[in-house]
Design a protein around this ligand. Structure first.
Ligand code: 6R9
Length: 635
């Protein structure tokens, strides 16, 4: 078992050890896991190639560290408590024994389908227990899971399936979200029209929806599971074998398949879970994320289960049947740690206090946030109304790429400050650099957030594109991992994340590449070109603002074209990429060399119509005046 840090002095001591001798530090943490063969060497790395290997020649299976390691003491303890969309429907509780049985059976089912070590399996599912079972079964047999958030469109799903050349897709007939039914299988069918690598589709019955059943390809989960064997021996994995791929948006081009490996990710997700949330045996822990994002991977499934914790998995949305749903769940299960996103908090604030005020939340000990900067108002509301002024808030900064929480308070141990992610976790060595890569070493500075030494949970490559991996993360600043975030450090050495400094927008805590949205808009037959920027949005954190240059307007006029652009983007990427504001413009502000000056568009989108800085390189300044005029009139 991992020892928890329990005092501020303990944190300082651990942190120092992790920096002075990272290999000895991580070796000690890794020893608390079950390895079939111990590693020969802790770390081998080079950020310029780049090459990162942890626990070299160590052999393990992450599921043996979830199940075999815990069954003796915790077999009958709940591993997953599943809360359905409808509060009055029956919930499901899977003990470690029960979850293990399902995982072994599904592992056997996949083996029977010819899926084995190294094969890619795409998972496109609503938040049902079978999602966790499927991912753990992949890990059990060494297949690489690639989970695609079920809010993405058929087109986005197809891109991800094709990039990974997945052989199997695991899905469901439909999914419930609030009062909506999502036609999951229909989306999969559409995606698979352009995916030649996929041989089989396994489908959970959830909504009993009418679906197309392709007898050559489709398999019902419940039918195949009824025949699956119950014994399964875990595949022996190398520490550096790929555990999963998870796609995330970048500033250019298509989404990147972030690759995480078995050994390092296990050690890091488990270690940070235990420390940051100060999880104690018997606590009920609830993270409201979707497993389709990294937060769900690391802090609904792997981190908690590796620690033998009880993790709540919620199918629905925070506002159904009303805006008190999270608090009802906290109360129903006696949740001790609750982890959510600032955007959820802000949307609940806007619904009114009455939904939280009269709820008994006395079991809560720790509150967490993730995904985007938290504004002070939301922080205080969370602290006062949910935490009743007694629960520390851990504002956790990390990324799909970091695998686990990287800069964050340790609950109740590192004193918090609203809006600050505070201090680095042991093993994380942040460094702030200016635009030229010079270290800004004094305490109170602002610049680009980099990390200068590897940690076990970091990504190892981009699936199928190591060159892009190098270019994206290790080429901006020499010998440093570049996060893409801007950061400010105060006189106490506390870090405050300022947001992305690249062309990525953070919409409701989800990353969206501006280029991706522009490409989708540009597919519209009447659009000549477009530029997309983020702007401050009261609930979402950032909203999407699109400046669009059209040819002739068709019937339906301006409103008609805006509606059809929104529809097109939803179809191509998914509803999360739908522009909040669209402004039709005659031209975009460009330099003489043809580069769009996004800096100016960002200002206009923020409602700041001056302070454009140097615009002498602009080809045509009248374009800017026209855009301002249009923005003022209405968007
Ligand atoms: C875990 C996750 C990563 C980006 C990251 C940053 C933003 C995440 C934050 C935060 C301020 C925090 N971000 N946590 N910004 N404070 N506590 O969200 O991963 O989806 O890859 O997004 O989210 O901009 O670079 P991912």
């Amino acid at each position: 078992m991992i020892d928890k840090i329990s005092t501020l002095g303990g944190y300082i001591h651990e942190y120092q050890k992790s920096v002075e001798n990272p290999q000895a530090f991580w070796s000690r943490i890794a020893e608390s896991f079950f390895w079939r063969k111990k590693w020969d060497k802790v770390l081998d790395w080079n950020f310029t190639e780049p090459r990162i290997n942890w626990f070299i020649n160590g052999k393990l299976n992450i599921t043996e560290n979830i199940f075999e390691r815990h069954l003796f003491t915790r077999g009958d303890q709940p591993a997953i408590i599943w809360e359905p969309n409808e509060p009055n429907d029956e919930n499901r509780v899977l003990t470690y024994n029960e979850l293990f049985l399902e995982v072994k059976k599904f592992a056997n089912l996949m083996l029977n389908l010819g899926i084995g070590k190294g094969d890619r399996v795409a998972i496109y599912m609503p938040m049902v227990p079978e999602l966790a079972i499927a991912m753990l079964a992949c890990a059990r047999i060494g297949a690489i899971h690639s989970i695609v958030f079920a809010g993405f469109s058929a087109n986005s799903l197809a891109d991800r399936i094709n990039d990974a050349e997945a052989k199997l897709v695991i899905t469901s007939d439909g999914g419930y979200r609030g009062n909506k039914i999502i036609p999951i299988k229909e989306i999969v069918d559409e995606a698979l029209e352009s995916c030649s690598s996929v041989e089989k589709v396994v489908m959970v019955k959830r909504t009993n929806s009418d679906i197309n059943f392709n007898t050559e390809r489709d398999i019902w989960w419940h039918e195949a599971m009824a025949e699956a064997g119950e014994e399964n021996k875990a595949e022996l994995m190398d520490a550096e074998d790929t555990l999963f791929i998870l796609y995330t948006s970048g500033s250019t081009d298509k989404p990147k398949g972030i690759v995480h490996t078995c050994g390092g990710y296990m050690v890091y997700s488990a270690y940070t879970f235990k420390n940051v949330f100060q999880y104690s045996d018997g606590d009920i822990y609830f993270c409201s994320a979707d497993i389709g994002w990294i937060t769900g991977h690391s802090y609904i499934v792997y981190g908690p289960l590796l620690n033998g914790a009880t993790t709540v998995m919620f199918e629905g949305i925070p506002t159904y049947p009303d805006a008190g749903r999270y608090w009802d769940i906290v109360n129903k299960y006696g949740v001790a740690q609750f982890y959510t996103a600032p955007t959820a908090i802000r949307s609940l604030i806007s619904m009114g206090q009455e939904y939280v005020e009269n709820k008994d939340l006395s079991t809560l000990k720790v509150l967490g946030t993730v995904g985007e900067p938290i504004n002070e108002e939301a922080w205080h509301w969370y602290h006062d109304h949910v935490g009743k002024n007694r629960c520390p808030i851990v504002d956790t900064w990390w990324q799909t790429e970091t695998g686990g929480i990287s800069i964050s308070p340790i609950a109740g141990i590192i004193p918090t400050k609203p809006g600050f992610a505070t201090l680095p976790q042991p093993g994380i060595q942040p460094i702030i650099v200016d635009g030229d890569g010079n270290e800004l070493s004094s305490k109170s500075v602002e610049g680009n957030l980099c990390i200068k030494y590897p940690w076990p949970g970091m990504l190892r490559t981009i699936w199928g594109d190591h060159e892009r991996f190098k270019k994206t993360y290790f080429s901006t600043f020499e010998n440093l991992y570049f996060s893409g975030d801007g950061v400010k450090r105060d006189e106490d050495g506390y870090y405050r994340i300022l947001g992305r400094v690249d062309d990525v927008i953070n919409v409701s805590g989800h990353r969206m590449g501006t280029a991706e949205v522009e490409n989708a808009i540009n597919e519209h037959p009447l659009v000549n070109e477009s530029a997309v920027v983020g702007y401050p949005h009261e609930i979402k954190g950032q909203g999407i603002y699109a400046f669009v240059v059209c040819g002739e307007l068709s019937t339906g006029g301006e409103e008609g074209i805006k509606t059809s652009i929104r529809k097109g983007v939803t179809k191509i990427i998914g509803p999360i990429a739908k522009p909040d504001k669209i402004q039709l413009v005659r031209g975009l502000p460009k330099t003489r060399s043809g580069k769009i000056m996004r800096r100016i568009l960002r200002k206009i989108a923020q409602g700041d119509y001056s302070n454009f800085g140097d615009i002498s390189t602009l080809l045509d300044t009248s374009v800017v005046e026209e855009i301002i005029k249009g923005a003022l009139e209405d968007v």
